[in-house]
Design a protein around this ligand. Structure first.
Ligand SMILES: [Zn+2]
Length: 163
């Protein structure tokens, strides 16, 4: 059974309780699709939030139907608080973003079956991915800051081992 909830340019499809976010119009790469909701900010992540700063998570409402892909067609820019097409997108396509581009440590990790050749398989947040994987993706500033802190902490630990 398929149910469709209408928004202006996006629709949520529900199939066997699995929700997907589908666009009702085409977008060119770089085009802004919609703002990221920010009325409801919390300090802990859950399945309906997107991380927008190191200690801030916004409840994204209907955008929570946006699924993960390792080869995404949208980005969530947490500086401008906008969802932006990162590829040309056809009308009727499902929208996806790369969850570790906003999430440092996820509340509900899962196994990815996206089928992309660069699939990361375990989606748990950026802190669980090697730099060699992350460097191929768009990353928000709070994720880059967390990475730098983690690298510096690792460097200090290594210094302790060798002195
Ligand atoms: Zn994947």
């Amino acid at each position: 059974m398929t149910a469709t909830t209408m928004m202006e340019t996006l629709s949520i499809k529900t199939e066997n309780k699995f929700r997907t976010l589908v666009t009702k119009r085409a977008y060119a790469k770089g085009e802004v699709i919609c703002p990221i909701p920010s009325e409801n900010i919390m300090d802990k992540p859950n399945r309906f939030t997107v991380q927008i700063a190191r200690d801030r998570h916004t409840h994204v409402g209907k955008l929570a139907a946006l699924n993960h892909s390792c080869d995404p067609n949208v980005i969530l820019d947490t500086e401008t608080m906008q969802m932006i097409a990162c590829k040309d997108i056809q009308k009727g396509e499902e929208l996806y973003f790369f969850y570790p581009s906003t999430e440092w440590q996820m509340d509900a990790p899962f196994i990815c079956l996206c089928g992309a050749s660069n699939c990361i398989h375990v989606v748990a947040g950026a802190r669980f991915l090697p730099l060699s994987t992350l460097e191929h993706h768009y990353l928000n500033p709070h994720i880059r800051e967390e990475m730098i802190d983690l690298l510096n902490a690792t460097k200090q630990n290594l210094t302790k081992l060798t002195t």
